[in-house]
Design a protein around this ligand. Structure first.
Ligand SMILES: O=C(O)CCC(=O)C(=O)O
Ligand SMILES: [Fe+2]
Length: 280
C-alpha cells in the first residue's frame, strides 16, 4: 500500500499496510461538480476499502448525491430512517445500542449494499472509533487448500437475530418493525469484487447463520473459524471520527464493527447506503 500521497491539495494517508486511508483536502460537494470527481472517489474507495474523508459539510441531498455516484440508494428495511429522506439512516448511538458485531451492512439482502457513507455530526470526546477488517486480505491469508475447500459453498444470511422481534435492535429502537418480514438470502462464501476483481470472504458474525447443505455442527465450526480469521488483527484498521468526517466503506471488501468504549458525550451520524450487484 502506498505511503502518504499529496496531489494538489489532496492528502491520502494510509492507516495500515493493508486497509484504510484518511483523506484530507477533498471538498466532495465540489467533486460532485467536477468531471473527474466521481472517478477519483471510486478509485480511492476501491483501492483502500475504507476512506475517512475529513472536514465535509453535506446537506442530506448532497450526502445522497455522493452515494448515487456508486449506484442506487438502499432504504434500510428495519433501521431508523429520516422521515423526509428515507434513504438516510439515522444512527444515534447510546449506551444501550452501541454493541455491534463484525458485519457487512445488510448482507441479508438479495443484492446487498456495495458501499456505505457514514457522516458524523457529533462524536464523543474520547472513544467511539469504528474498526474495519479486510475480508479480501483474509481470503488471501488462507492456505490454498482452504481457499479450494470454500469454493462453491454458499451461506444463508438473515436479518432475524439482529432486527427480528427478538433481535438485538428490537429492544432499543421504537420503530415498529413488524411491517417487514424477516429477510433471508444465500450468498457465496467466496466472491469476486465487482470492480477491482479481488477475491474475498463474504460471511459475517452478525447476519450469516449457516452454510447451505452442511451438517449444522460442522457449519457452525467453519463459520466461527472464518469469523475469527476475518477478525485477525493483521487485517484490521481503526477509524477515528471527527465531526464532519464522512467515512465510506466498501462492504464487498471490508467488514466493520463499532467500538463500544465511550460513555461521555453523544454520537450522532447519518448513513447513506448504495445497493450493489449480486454477490458472485
Ligand atoms: O457506529 C458505527 O461506527 C458503525 C455502525 C454501523 O455498523 C453502520 O453504520 O453500518
Ligand atoms: Fe454497519
Amino acid at each position: 500500500m502506498a505511503l502518504i500521497e499529496v496531489v494538489d491539495d489532496l492528502k491520502v494517508t494510509p492507516i495500515t499496510g493493508v486497509v484504510g486511508a484518511y483523506i484530507e483536502g477533498a471538498d466532495l460537494v465540489q467533486w460532485l461538480e467536477d468531471t473527474a470527481g466521481p472517478d477519483r472517489l471510486r478509485e480511492l474507495l476501491f483501492t483502500y476499502g475504507v476512506i475517512a474523508i475529513r472536514d465535509q459539510s453535506l446537506s442530506p441531498v448532497q450526502h445522497k448525491a455522493i452515494g448515487e455516484i456508486f449506484g442506487p440508494l438502499h432504504t434500510h428495511p428495519f433501521a431508523v430512517n429520516m422521515p423526509e429522506h428515507p434513504e438516510i439512516l439515522v444512527l444515534e448511538t447510546t449506551k444501550m445500542n452501541k454493541v455491534l458485531k463484525w458485519h457487512a451492512d445488510a448482507s441479508f439482502e438479495a443484492a446487498p449494499p456495495l458501499a456505505s457513507f457514514l457522516y458524523a455530526f457529533e462524536v464523543p470526546p474520547v472513544g467511539g472509533d469504528t474498526l474495519f477488517t479486510s475480508a479480501q486480505a483474509a481470503y488471501e491469508g488462507l492456505s490454498p487448500e482452504w481457499q479450494q475447500r470454500l469454493e462453491g459453498l454458499r451461506a444463508v444470511h438473515s436479518s432475524t437475530a439482529t432486527f427480528g422481534p427478538k433481535g438485538t435492535y428490537k429492544r432499543h429502537w421504537d420503530k415498529p418493525r413488524h411491517e417487514h418480514d424477516d429477510v433471508e438470502n444465500f450468498h457465496p462464501i467466496v466472491h469476486t469484487h465487482p470492480y477491482n476483481g479481488r477475491r474475498g470472504l463474504y460471511v459475517n458474525s452478525q447476519f450469516t447463520v449457516a452454510i447451505e447443505g452442511m451438517d449444522p455442527a460442522e457449519s457452525q465450526w467453519l463459520l466461527e473459524f472464518l469469523w475469527d480469521h476475518i477478525a485477525s488483527i493483521q487485517f484490521q484498521c481503526r477509524v477515528n471520527w471527527e465531526p464532519g468526517t464522512l467515512t465510506i466503506w466498501d462492504n464487498r471488501a471490508v467488514q466493520h464493527a463499532a467500538v463500544p468504549d465511550w460513555s461521555e458525550g453523544r454520537r450522532f451520524m447519518q448513513r447513506v447506503t448504495v445497493i450493489g450487484p449480486p454477490i458472485e
